[in-house]
Design a protein around this ligand. Structure first.
Ligand code: 76R
Length: 249
């Protein structure tokens, strides 16, 4: 049996994708719409407060294309909190105008591929590691989310490689990634045992072309070329409460 990679976990993650029920929204009168938006605004302020208290983080992005109209991406300490957030939204007047389209449950994950073997430091005592496990999500202009697996075929089975082979490939992966430092911020969330794929990849950038360039470059790298299996891609633009009101006007 190959040695399992050691992972560190931080905040739990919920990507909550919804579409607007435009027919219902367009039929609603001014009063109903204002009431719905007020309730959403109240929730949004609570999410901001949680973030200010460093108890989690939330961002909202509109989604381009027909897979969804927007995504609310929450990070929280527990699954109970994530569950409460979706229930609260579902009970709101705003949610009556939305239809859930997709969701993803995972947890912020760091793996030890890049840690020096033999290091005795407790990573959970390292403030940089903690900041990555419990990150305040960036206010970048764009988001890109997709779930992925690593292949388990007879010829190409990631989980049967030795730790040295995996480490070597992950080094090359991270070298490509580093070329995008300052351009793309990535958050890897692990979802083995939590959702249908093994990881969620969430990328943030002010220029969506960086998503294409980065993901394309990685396709040629062995770990993605041989082992990567990908789900649907969702790409979006940052929404503030004002942007959302404009979008719904
Ligand atoms: O811990 C670190 O962040 C440094 C090294 C690193 C690891 C361990 C790293 C760096 N990644 C790691 C793990 Mn990554 N990453 C992806 C994708 O589309 C594709 O082909 C793959 C999707 C992107 C775009 C990306 C970007 N990474 C992982 C894992 C867990 C693997 C496992 O445990 O087997 C997955 C699934 C994954 C996927 N990665 C980076 C990036 C970028 C931009 C970096 C550089 C970060 C930096 O140095 O700032």
């Amino acid at each position: 049996m190959s040695e399992a990679t050691k992972t560190l976990e931080g905040w739990y993650a919920l990507h909550d994708f919804r579409t607007m029920n435009w027919a219902l929204w367009n039929k609603a009168d001014e009063e109903e719409r204002a009431h719905a938006l007020d309730e959403l605004q109240t929730l949004w302020e609570q999410w901001k407060q949680t973030e200010n208290d460093n108890q989690g983080s939330t961002v909202v992005y509109s989604i381009i294309g027909q897979k969804a109209d927007f995504v609310i991406f929450h990070l929280r300490e527990t699954l109970e909190e994530l569950n409460a957030l979706e229930t609260e939204l579902n009970k709101s007047a705003f949610a009556r105008f939305t239809i859930p389209t997709y969701s993803y449950v995972s947890i912020v994950e760091l793996s030890n591929y890049m840690t020096k073997p033999g290091s005795t430091e407790d990573p959970m005592e390292n403030p940089e590691v903690l900041a990555r496990l419990k990150p305040i999500l960036p206010q970048a202009k764009h988001i890109c989310f997709y779930p992925m697996n690593k292949k388990r075929d007879l010829q190409d089975n990631w989980y049967m490689l030795s730790v040295e082979e995996r480490r070597g490939m992950m080094r090359s992966h991270s070298m490509i990634g580093r070329g995008y430092a300052g351009k793309v911020k990535q958050i890897i969330t692990g979802s083995v045992g939590l959702d249908d794929w093994e990881w969620g990849v969430t990328l943030f950038s002010d220029d969506p072309l960086h998503f294409k360039k980065l993901v394309y470059e990685m396709r040629f790298d062995e770990v993605s070329a041989r082992f990567g299996e990908f789900g649907s891609f969702y790409v979006g633009n940052r929404l503030t409460p004002d942007h959302l009101k404009d979008m719904l006007k």
